[in-house]
Design a protein around this ligand. Structure first.
Ligand SMILES: Nc1ncnc2c1ncn2[C@@H]1O[C@H](COP(=O)(O)OP(=O)(O)OP(=O)(O)O)[C@@H](O)[C@H]1O
Ligand SMILES: C[C@H](N)[C@H](N)CCCCCC(=O)O
Ligand SMILES: [Mg+2]
Length: 234
């Protein structure tokens, strides 16, 4: 039985990829097989091997299962825009069945799959399709990454409200100190701890270097991972 978590955030550029990497690394440290999944990535570089997205490459490297790029990122879109705009510019039509097929393939080889969304919870994939609909279809538990900065309280509460109205479980949240100059960070953290009503899985400080191990900033004891080994058995 594979545990799959969907990582969303209060906005684009608030640290979902860093937090998803931390989740993968923290689960790796428990000795479980992990795979990262970035089903839709907007903002890619053209390389000799095809379009490549930085988030997907980060998740590909952080997962413990060796996967080819296309398995981690089935839709690689050129422009750094909302997917509903970036896809038609590449003559691509995002098909939810392809996203599902990719997820199933990863679930077959990993104990834990960490799926990173794009932007925030309601990001559009087309004029009639939003990414949350696919998450609802799969009933994935959601982890909310809050980029601690001015405006995040409203964005966090709105996200929580809609995720729960969508019938999904908010399995936890991660505080990411993305803005070193944000005022009252401790007070905002305390407010969110009181009002999000879901476990705080960890705080990622503002880092000079984001390339190393960040898994140790998280404590996954609040997540019920099926394949977790009993303490002392590793
Ligand atoms: N805790 C942190 N310390 C320092 N830099 C950070 C931190 N968190 C995020 N960043 C930097 O902020 C930028 C945005 O972070 P990231 O790419 O993880 O955002 P995102 O929410 O995944 O965005 P997207 O919606 O594009 O997927 C990156 O350059 C990242 O390295
Ligand atoms: C390009 C960016 N970094 C993300 N990949 C996509 C963000 C989409 C945001 C859409 C929106 O809510 O306005
Ligand atoms: Mg990202």
């Amino acid at each position: 039985m594979t545990d799959t978590y969907f990582v969303t955030g209060t906005d684009t550029d608030i640290g979902k990829t860093l937090a998803a990497k931390a989740l993968l690394q923290a689960v790796n440290a428990l000795g479980m097989r992990t795979a990262g999944y970035k089903p839709v990535a907007a903002g890619c570089e053209q390389t000799s091997e095809g379009l490549r997205n930085g988030d997907a490459l980060t998740l590909q490297r952080a997962g413990s299962v060796a996967l080819d790029y296309a398995s981690v990122n089935p839709y690689a879109l050129t422009r750094p825009l909302s997917p509903h705009l970036a896809a038609p510019m590449d003559n691509v039509n995002i098909d939810a069945a392809v996203l599902t097929q990719g997820l199933r393939q990863l679930q077959a080889s990993a104990d834990v799959v960490v799926v990173e969304g794009a932007g925030g919870w309601l990001v559009p994939l087309s004029d009639t399709q939003n990414l949350n609909q696919w998450v609802i279809e799969h009933r994935l538990p959601v982890i909310l990454v809050v980029g601690i900065r001015l405006g995040c309280l409203n964005h966090a509460l709105l996200s929580k409200r809609v995720i729960e109205a969508d019938g999904l479980r908010l399995a936890g949240w991660i505080a990411n100190h993305v803005d070193p100059n944000a005022a009252c960070q401790q007070e905002n953290l305390a407010y969110l701890t009181r009002h999000l009503g879901t476990p705080l899985l960890g705080r990622i400080p503002h880092l000079q270097e984001t390339g190393g191990d960040v898994g140790h900033y998280l404590d996954l004891s609040a997540l019920t991972l099926q394949g977790r080994q009993p303490p002392g058995s590793l």
